[in-house]
Design a protein around this ligand. Structure first.
Ligand code: TRP
Length: 334
């Protein structure tokens, strides 16, 4: 049998997750489990590259882990773990720091954007964030990295670092590729439908949180910005609002776009928005139920975290050890 390829991805446990995160990433991760050996990580060390409140970060780390399980990621099949529980990530970051150029990191567009918002005191961790991300990916010898377009540059940098390391010290790392395979859908803001749906948006009506209740969901869809044409037709260029709602409906029901257009050919925007809201609410209700179940059993959650961290550790350590040897870092048997 052909060996399955390895897929690696991670989410940061910061802020509430939105419908955009779910349809754009998490829902697709679940499907990847069919074809790949998957590793999913709660990247709490990435989260501290911008200021966090400790108690919040702690809480969100558990919540993010519970959310991954609630979406259908199987903790016995896939590797699903918390980044900080596997110290090899931090150590490989250091080794890779010594093979990465300042110029490369200075060119990262996400760094440029984020550092601008930080004012004078830009943290080294923020600058180094892509190297930590490279360490995540390389430790597990990942072949593909399912990410949004905003992370593509980081995966390319990871590949460059790995290639340089391999060329200089001998083959150590698998070269990963960004992966947009199972169409991660790009869900836009409900208020400004040409912008990506974002949890950091000040206007709460612009996004659906995965933990919003049914009434809130329906209210937010009712207020969604559309146009004055009253035709339910997919045309992202001229009708971004309606097209975004069609995308969302399609994700919630697994119906194809033409099917949706004909289903609502005689309907008005009011009815359509209600249908979108109701279907999203039904889907999220199931997700929320599982989320709360996982979260209410801290013991079980910790057991799964521990078991997966141990598995991750043994895989990660093999790679780390190879990299150390290549660099001439001694390892004395304990
Ligand atoms: N930087 C990614 C994001 O914010 C999260 C992440 C951390 C990641 N490590 C990763 C994604 C490794 C893919 C692979 O979305």
């Amino acid at each position: 049998m052909e060996k399955r390829k390895i897929a690696y991805s991670a989410i940061q446990p910061s802020g509430t997750f939105t419908l955009g995160n779910y349809y754009g990433a998490l829902k697709n991760w679940v499907n990847l489990q069919k074809d790949f050996n998957c590793c999913f990580c709660v990247a709490n060390l990435h989260a501290i590259t911008v200021p966090q409140v400790a108690s919040e970060l702690r809480k969100r780390t558990f919540e993010s882990y519970a959310l991954l399980l609630a979406t259908g990621i199987d903790p016995n099949e896939s590797l699903v773990y918390v980044q900080s529980e596997v110290p090899a990530h931090s150590e490989l970051t250091w080794l890779l720091n010594c093979c990465t150029y300042m110029g490369e990191l200075s060119r990262m567009t996400q760094y440029k954007d984020k550092s601008q918002r930080q004012g004078k005191n830009i943290r080294v961790g923020l600058f180094d964030y892509p190297v930590l991300m490279a360490a995540d990916i390389l430790l597990y010898q990942a072949n593909i990295v399912p990410v949004g377009a905003d992370q593509k540059q980081h995966v390319e940098l990871c590949r460059d670092i790995a290639e340089r390391f391999n060329n200089t010290y001998g083959k150590t790392f698998t070269l990963p590729e960004p992966y947009f395979g199972v169409s991660g859908r790009k869900i836009n803001s409900l208020q400004e439908p040409t912008k990506k749906m974002s949890k950091s948006d000040e206007n709460q009506n612009s996004y659906i949180s995965l933990l919003d209740n049914k009434d809130t969901i329906i209210r937010k869809f009712k207020r969604a910005v559309t146009d004055s044409e009253a035709i339910i037709q997919y045309d992202p260029e001229n009708k971004p609002g309606v097209s975004n709602l069609i995308e969302i409906y399609s994700c919630a029901t697994d119906k194809k776009i033409p099917e949706i257009e004909s289903e609502f050919s005689n309907a008005g925007y009011g009815d359509f928005k209600l249908a979108v809201g109701e279907n999203v609410a039904i889907q999220l209700e199931t997700l929320q139920k599982k989320f709360h179940e996982y979260l209410s059993d801290k013991g079980e959650l910790e057991r799964l975290m521990k078991m997966n961290a141990q598995k991750a550790e043994s895989i990660a350590y093999r790679t780390l050890s190879k990299a150390r040897k290549r660099l001439g870092i001694i390892e004395i048997k304990k």
